[in-house]
Design a protein around this ligand. Structure first.
Ligand SMILES: Nc1ncnc2c1ncn2[C@@H]1O[C@H](COP(=O)(O)OP(=O)(O)OP(=O)(O)O)[C@@H](O)[C@H]1O
Ligand SMILES: [Mg+2]
Length: 448
């Protein structure tokens, strides 16, 4: 199972469409959830830290527009792509007016699907940039957290700023890899030149080469003009090869050549161009393991891994959580002009004992939601999402059977890892097969 990129919720009343889209998304490394109705979607939204909703417009009960209205009111950070069927141009116009960020008209190609997702991802990136913490004296990089492990990260950033060596950033999803990459660029001598982020996982394999290296007019069908690639755009500056583990072995050979020769050749051109680009790469997967499995080239790894930086997951630096919570409370209450609620000790305990699969991003989104939704002066546990409450053992109900407790615990664990069964099985200490059997026995038919 691949690590999640932005988590996507797909809403469509047709099971076969859901299956088809889900398969495409998963094959590109996205974690996706499926809902057959708006109601089902609302339930999933409460449980999982979704960042993008891909919804059909026409559905038997509540429509895609109803869903958008709900999202705008309750989950303003979640982006939406609306799928409209021919010939509902009006629906498309209305979708955008109502707040859909993009729309797709049925039937759509893979390229249309992933290019719509890439556009929305770019919006999400910009949104995050706007929310970038501002630097303070104690922390010139504007990152929050003073745990020993984060201090080590700041020291590594500091070292990376004074030279041009290639940096490889490793960390789970949402730990701040992009923040670190930007910090290095903007504190290096290249600060005034361009920082070019490329999400290698989000760009379809066939397009990635053209996007990275550029192409000349007429070099392939569809190349109607000459375009410089990201490497040339980043000349003099920094290129951030995000999610480098998602590139194919043949792309890795091409990247290795660029790193070695410091030259790029546009597709269709025989004359290579010399470039001066600093490379920062990131991965949320263990590249050493991928090397052993044969899906990542060892020579490229050594080329990249000159200055390695590892960002620990949030659950391994629990002491940073209160600081992050207060930072985000302050930021979002200012931004939304809403009061910043007090945090009860019990809520802070829940925050510190939760698994934070989505790391700082998940915490940030949750705090944003709580600031928007909460009307009380103090946040209590009852306002936390259900999947967080199971980390607190305060509500002991001594009338349940062992089977009930087991069922609830299994679903809680599954929710906390966003439905990833392999991971849930690992946490539960059972194998996948046993987990499947338990789910078959306890879950209603349609879920399995
Ligand atoms: N130490 C930190 N202090 C403040 N904000 C942080 C910190 N770390 C991460 N964030 C915030 O968390 C969010 C996720 O960070 P970022 O996009 O850099 O993570 P990432 O590791 O690149 O995630 P992904 O693997 O999903 O691409 C951003 O909004 C970022 O501003
Ligand atoms: Mg990232």
């Amino acid at each position: 199972m691949t690590d999640p990129k932005i988590p996507i919720l797909v809403v469509d009343d047709s099971p076969s469409t859901l299956e088809m889209i889900g398969r495409k998304l998963n094959s590109h490394g996205y974690s996706s959830f499926a809902a057959r109705s708006v109601n089902e979607a609302l339930e999933l939204l409460e449980k999982f830290p979704v960042e993008l909703v891909l919804t059909d417009y026409k559905m038997p009960k509540a429509t895609g527009l109803d869903l958008i209205r709900h999202l705008k009111a309750h989950h303003p950070l979640i982006r939406v792509i609306m799928i409209t069927g021919y010939p509902t141009l009006e629906g498309a116009v209305e979708a955008v007016k109502m707040g859909a960020d993009e729309y797709l008209t049925k039937p759509f190609t893979d390229q249309e699907l992933f290019s719509a997702i890439a556009k929305v991802e770019a919006m999400i990136v910009n949104q995050k940039l706007a929310h970038k913490p501002s630097p303070t004296e104690s922390n010139p990089y504007g990152m929050i957290g003073s745990s020993a492990v984060m201090t080590k990260v700041y020291r590594a950033i500091h070292k990376s700023c004074s030279n041009n060596a290639t940096v490889l950033i490793h960390g789970e999803s949402g730990t701040g890899k992009e923040l670190v990459a930007r910090a290095i660029h903007y504190h290096s001598k290249r600060a005034k030149t361009s920082f070019v982020p490329v999400n290698c996982g989000a760009i379809p394999e066939t397009l990635l080469e053209a996007e990275l290296f550029g192409y000349t007019k007429g070099s392939f069908t569809g190349a109607t003009e000459t375009r410089a690639g990201y490497f040339i755009t980043a000349d003099g500056g920094t290129i951030f090869l995000d999610e480098i583990s998602e590139t194919s072995l043949s792309m890795q050979v091409k990247l290795l050549r660029v790193l070695q020769d410091k030259q790029v050749s546009m597709i269709g051109s025989k004359t290579p161009r010399t470039i001066n680009v600093r490379v920062i790469a990131s991965s949320n997967k263990d590249l050493n393991q991928l090397i052993r499995q044969g899906s990542f080239r060892e020579d490229l790894f050594y080329r990249l891994n000159v200055l390695p930086i590892t960002i620990p997951p949030l659950r391994d630096r629990k002491e940073d959580i209160p600081q992050l919570v207060y930072h985000f409370l302050d930021k979002y209450s200012r931004e939304t002009s809403r009061p910043s609620p007090k945090i009860s000790p019990e809520v802070m305990t829940a925050f510190q004992s939760y698994h934070w699969q989505g790391n700082v991003r998940e915490l940030e989104n949750l705090i944003y939601r709580l600031v928007v939704m909460n009307d009380e002066p103090e946040l209590s546990v009852s306002e936390l999402p259900d999947y967080m409450k199971f980390t607190l053992h305060h509500a002991k109900n001594l009338t349940r059977s062992l089977a009930e407790v087991e069922f609830e615990y299994i679903t809680d664990v599954l929710n906390s890892v966003r439905g990833n069964k392999s991971q849930a099985a690992r946490i539960l200490g059972i194998d996948r097969k046993t987990l499947h059997q338990k789910l078959k026995l306890t879950l209603p038919q349609e879920i399995e």
